[in-house]
Design a protein around this ligand. Sequence first.
Ligand SMILES: CC(=O)N[C@@H]([C@@H](O)[C@H](O)[C@H](O)CO)[C@@H](O)CC(=O)C(=O)O
Length: 304
Amino acid sequence: MSNTETFEGIYVAMYSAYDEQGEVDAERVKKLARYYAGKGIKGLYVGGSSGEGILQTAEERKLVLEAVMQEIRGELKVIVHVGANSTRESVELSKHAEAHGADAISAVPAIYYRLSEAAVETHWQQMIDSSNLPFIIYNIPQTTGFQLSPKLLEKLAKQPKVIGVKMSGESTFDLQQYKVAGGEDFLVLNGPDEQFLAGRIMGADGGIGGTYGVMPELFCKLNELYLANRVTEAQELQYKINAVIKRLLAYPSLYGAAKYILSLRGVETGQPRLPLLPVREEDHASLAVLNGDILALVAEYGIQ
Ligand SMILES: CC(=O)N[C@@H]([C@@H](O)[C@H](O)[C@H](O)CO)[C@@H](O)CC(=O)C(=O)O
């Protein structure tokens, strides 16, 4: 099977799961993973932006992955974000991911230092060399300040282990250029949830998204409509999804809002970790309304 066939589809960028004291809670991680296992998605992206990987210690990140693997190994594909600020820690997490049966690893460039392309290449290469897992580049220039060039992507993609890119940059032109630079079997996963359909049309093989976490069924449906060439209906659904995303983004804490919505469905994940703000009590009522609106949309599309 080709890489694109193996990994195409919808991946929830899983939120963190902490207890009431803010510590990683393995049982809550498992419950969250289980919640998604029944939703028709292809897999989970663990420890990425939505998962707060870079706010956690290496030991906590390992605990999260182990809990996920214990719960849904073989049921969902698991791509784990192993990017850390030091190459050493990233390599340690890559090896751990392989030892615990993840399907692929992925990483942002290191942040804080303004790194040259050569430094980022070395950082990624060490992770690639440290395990036998497929590697998916994570490009998110608006947060890392590093813009992946199609030239570097083309160079890295010559290695069989480098199978794709998670493209969280907003330009669908760049997305298409990565697809071209990577070659025929190079996987491109769309990052901006608001542009899932646009990304698909420009060559993405699926998507990884944080807001999928509160409406995975709707993104699966959107993907289905795209695949069935029902573009007008797909556009209509993307608009409805975007109205939800706009409401989520209006809160001071996107992750806090999404995690609160999950709690209303009986899936407790605690608050995001500072400096990401917790959800405000004054927002609870409007989030309950938003939750109801999402569930009504899911029902409108006939999804169980
Ligand atoms: C810049 C950013 O955080 N983008 C998010 C989106 O899911 C984003 O939250 C969504 O499109 C709302 O703007 C994802 O691309 C990141 C992601 O999937 C992850 O690693 O959690």
